[in-house]
Design a protein around this ligand. Structure first.
Ligand code: ADP
Length: 204
């Protein structure tokens, strides 16, 4: 990926607190690139990503105003591996291109790349370090219910579709404990930031 700027991949399960932690890094002036955000940009009207999705799934996948009906798409691929794979074949390269473009343009002593599904994909080699936002499954579930207003059943199946906490922990170089009050985050982030500046940013 981009030039020689070190990249820390910030990952974690759904609703574990990735965006919250990323915002803390941003406050310290670290460039943050969020692949979730990018995944929404590449399917905006006029983008090739959306055209390819319509070619694959038909115009029924659009809202009346021509935007992507994300809920319908999610439901369509949720229990259908072949459809999911077809969607990923469209989305992943489009996301990579945009991620690369941003990585080149934002600079920084190092960068934070928010990648929710790192544990489920084979992309570890693209990054210099893996930073995991960790919290117990039960708290994750409560946050997901509160944030997205989904049913408990759907929330459970969303968690079941992701890697386990243990698997994620096994991939992590560094861990942010987000099991407590969010006010405990800034000190953890500042400590890591100082370490990253020392250990990563000065690499030859
Ligand atoms: P992610 O980006 O990993 O999906 P978010 O950062 O959006 O997760 O956090 C999920 C939800 O939980 C958000 O509504 C957020 O405000 C809330 N949240 C994050 N950290 C905590 C915490 N330590 N305690 C309680 N709620 C939290």
């Amino acid at each position: 990926m981009a030039a020689n700027i070190p990249k820390v991949v910030l990952t974690g399960g759904i609703a574990s607190g990735k965006s919250t932690v990323a915002a803390e890094f941003a406050k310290l002036g670290v460039p943050v690139i969020d692949t979730d955000e990018i995944s929404r940009v590449v399917v905006q009207p006029g983008r090739p990503g959306l055209r390819h999705i319509v070619e694959q799934f038909g115009r029924e996948i659009l809202n009346a105003d021509g935007t992507l009906n994300r809920k319908k798409l999610r439901e369509l691929v949720f229990n259908d591996p072949a459809k999911r794979q077809a969607l990923e074949k469209i989305l992943h390269p489009a996301i990579r291109v945009e991620q690369l473009r941003l990585a080149e343009s934002v600079g920084g002593p190092y960068q934070i790349h928010v990648v929710p599904l790192l544990a489920e994909t084979a992309n570890r080699h693209l990054y210099d370090r893996v930073l995991l936002v960790d919290c117990p499954r039960e708290e994750q579930l409560q946050r997901l219910l509160a944030r997205d207003g989904v049913t408990k059943d759907l929330a459970e199946s969303m968690l079941a579709a992701q890697a386990t906490r243990e698997h994620r922990l096994s991939l992590a170089d560094d861990v942010i404990d987000n099991s407590g009050d969010p006010s405990l985050l800034p000190a953890q982030v500042t400590r890591l930031h100082e370490r990253y500046l020392k250990e990563l940013a000065k690499r030859p």
